[in-house]
Design a protein around this ligand. Structure first.
Ligand SMILES: Nc1nc2c(ncn2[C@@H]2O[C@H](COP(=O)(O)OP(=O)(O)OP(=O)(O)O)[C@@H](O)[C@H]2O)c(=O)[nH]1
Ligand SMILES: Nc1nc2c(ncn2[C@@H]2O[C@H](COP(=O)(O)OP(=O)(O)OP(=O)(O)O)[C@@H](O)[C@H]2O)c(=O)[nH]1
Ligand SMILES: [Mg+2]
Ligand SMILES: [Mg+2]
Lengths: 280, 291
């Protein structure tokens, strides 16, 4: 039928598939559709268009709730310290480069710290980003203690009067306790060296990640604390819907979205644009 | 977990002779939920559930097995079969050197897996040489050179910026120097990037790989079918390496990828070190997906 003829069970199934296909997850999808069914009970019959609108609104409400947890006003402490964390290969180093570019464009003096001393050519990769974006870099040789590199970077940021220090960290699975403890140690060091540091802990999620994204977010949130989510690789075909489950449960604001591999491919998160992209 | 859920759903079946339609419907819902929670694509789940339903319906309730155990056995067996009943070797060319091409989305673990596969091949008494054709990612070529150094395996490096030419020159080098396997690392790319997918087609034509392996992240969700389908249609994959299996992802992407491409999962990555590569075991993966 047309968009305003009454919604059928089969159309509801199609909607469930769109939600699940977007990685929103079974539990969240069913909860959303259950709310729709509640609304339709004892009320007038709803059309397909009305149900879609209801679903979009519900998702919008979930996302807005976590955005409002913290308006994201920047700390005025100098240097402002930003950690970028996440599991392996999600786009952290590239995001550090993009943030350096963004902050530079906003008139800030940027220092980046190559605290991934483990993975082959991690520091070299960040050094190229520093050069591209006009940021300074503090790095040490491969195998150095990440905390030592961070300590150096904090001292350099203060000495060189930098506005912001962005710290690239090694990819780490949230199930590896010793690696999660490594970031906790870095947090303690940062806090000792600069008041309130790290002022931001951005956790990067790869948009192609499925339900495991929720496990990751829970563990990083619990062990390290996350002040903002960055969803990378949204220029692909994946919808990144797991952020809805993450927003619903953990109420962490989504700060940025990565839409490509170049310095300018980082844009502020918009709940409205995100909901539109779900093609509901 | 699914096993206990099915036991509960079917515990009142013990008195009856056969697994009835009513019991099947409830069980199929549980199975569908479990597979979706494991990230299996919803179309793959639909097919899977209808196959299992067919197998389970009408089965006599075996005397020694609980009905729930019986259904879970049907599910586990079917899942294992679909994931690939047998482990599959790497195909070598009759005339060396063989070429293995590693492809996939950004960040999936290709460069690391190139190192792992090289170590694996050397342990199997091959003489591998590596080349990176990733001229895009900052320090990508340097990364593979460092990997090669860490595992003491030769790497071919040239100043060019043309991936097809780099691969071609590396192959010639492999021939001249008597290496019997050339591993070609490629840049991560989106399956919807037409230009870069064509580049892969050109690399393929130039070096004729006997193995084109899709390197896919085990935590990939519903999108796994999209990328796997496109990479397979373009390149005719020979197999898959599923990486980051040392995490706690249930790995339903394995079933999605296998279902949509028909290609065997040959290896899994189980860590960041170069010895962290294991042969894929379908029955272990089935248990993991079922949670
Ligand atoms: N298409 C696309 N690719 C991205 C995006 N962000 C990062 N990438 C690519 O993803 C790959 C991995 O990026 P990295 O920045 O190295 O990821 P990482 O999290 O630092 O990886 P590890 O340090 O190894 O854990 C690279 O090929 C990047 O170019 C994005 O928003 N879109
Ligand atoms: N824990 C774990 N990490 C892995 C595994 N395989 C690769 N990695 C990590 O994943 C990250 C990305 O690996 P790369 O080899 O750089 O990925 P890639 O596919 O070459 O990335 P691009 O070239 O940018 O597309 C690195 O941090 C690797 O150490 C694995 O099996 N387990
Ligand atoms: Mg990195
Ligand atoms: Mg690579």
């Amino acid at each position: 039928g047309t968009a305003d003829s009454p919604i059928t069970e089969s159309q509801l199934e199609d909607l469930e598939n769109i939600l699940i296909g977007a990685d929103i997850g079974v539990e969240t999808s069913l909860a959303i559709l259950e709310r729709v069914r509640e609304e339709t009970r004892g009320r007038k019959v709803l059309s397909g268009a009305q149900v879609r609108r209801m679903i979009r609104d519900q998702i919008g409400v979930i996302l807005q709730a976590s955005q409002e947890v913290d308006p994201g006003t920047r700390s005025t402490t100098r240097p402002r310290v930003v950690f970028v964390v996440g599991v392996n290969g999600v786009g952290k180093t590239t995001t550090v480069g993009k943030l350096a570019h963004l902050f530079k464009q906003e008139g800030e003096e940027v220092l980046v710290c190559a605290a991934d001393t483990f993975r082959a050519a991690a520091a070299e990769q960040l050094a190229i980003w520093a050069e591209r974006t006009g940021a300074d870099i503090v790095q040490q040789g491969a195998g150095a203690d990440p905390s030592a590199v961070l300590f150096d970077a904090m001292a350099a940021a203060r000495a060189r009067k930098k506005d912001v220090l962005v710290v690239d960290t090694a990819g780490r699975l949230h199930t590896k306790t010793h690696l999660m403890e490594e970031v906790q140690k870095m947090q303690r060091i940062a806090a000792r060296e600069v008041e309130g540091a790290p002022h931001e802990v951005y956790w990067v999620l790869d948009a192609t990640t499925g339900q495991n994204g929720l496990n990751q977010a829970r563990e990083f949130f619990k062990t390290i604390g996350i002040t903002g989510v960055v969803v990378a690789k949204l220029d692909g075909t994946a919808k990144g819907g797991i952020v809805i489950a993450i927003a619903r449960e953990l109420k962490i604001p989504i700060r940025y979205v990565g839409i490509g591999e170049q310095a300018e491919d980082l844009i502020p998160f918009s709940a409205e644009a995100f909901v539109d992209s779900l093609d509901l | 977990n699914l096993s206990t859920k099915l036991q509960k759903t079917l515990r009142d079946l013990r008195g009856e002779g056969r697994i009835s339609e009513r019991h099947i419907e409830a069980s199929m819902r549980e199975i569908r939920m479990a597979l979706l929670e494991s990230d299996v694509h919803f179309t793959v789940v639909k097919d899977f559930v209808s196959r299992v339903k067919e197998k389970a319906l009408g089965q006599e309730v075996l005397g020694d097995l609980m009905p729930g155990q019986q259904v879970i056995k049907v599910v586990r067996d079917e899942l294992t079969n679909l994931l690939g009943k047998e482990t599959i070797d790497l195909k070598m060319s009759k005339v060396p050197p063989s070429v293995i091409l590693l492809v996939g989305l950004q960040g999936s673990g290709k460069t690391t897996s190139t190192g792992k596969l090289a170590m694996w091949l050397r342990n199997q008494k091959h003489q591998p040489v590596l080349v990176s054709t990733d001229v895009y990612r900052p320090a990508a070529i340097e990364q593979l050179s460092i990997v090669a150094g860490e595992i003491d395996i030769p790497v071919y490096r040239e100043d060019g910026r043309d991936p097809v030419q780099l691969a071609t020159q590396a192959l010639q080098h492999a021939r001249d120097m008597g290496f019997d396997v050339l591993l070609v690392d490629t840049a991560g790319r989106l399956h919807i990037d037409m230009e870069l997918m064509e580049e892969l087609e050109r690399i393929t034509s130039a070096v004729n790989p006997t193995e084109t392996l899709l390197v896919a992240d085990a935590m990939t969700g519903q999108d796994a079918v999209n990328s796997a389908r496109e990479f397979n249609q373009r390149l005719d994959l020979s197999g898959v390496i599923l990486t980051k299996m040392d995490g706690d992802t249930r790995g339903g992407a394995a079933l999605s990828i296998k279902a949509v491409s028909g290609r065997p999962i040959k290896f899994i990555g189980v860590g960041e070190k170069y010895d962290a590569l294991e042969v894929f075991h379908p029955e272990r993966m089935a248990n993991r997906i079922l949670g």
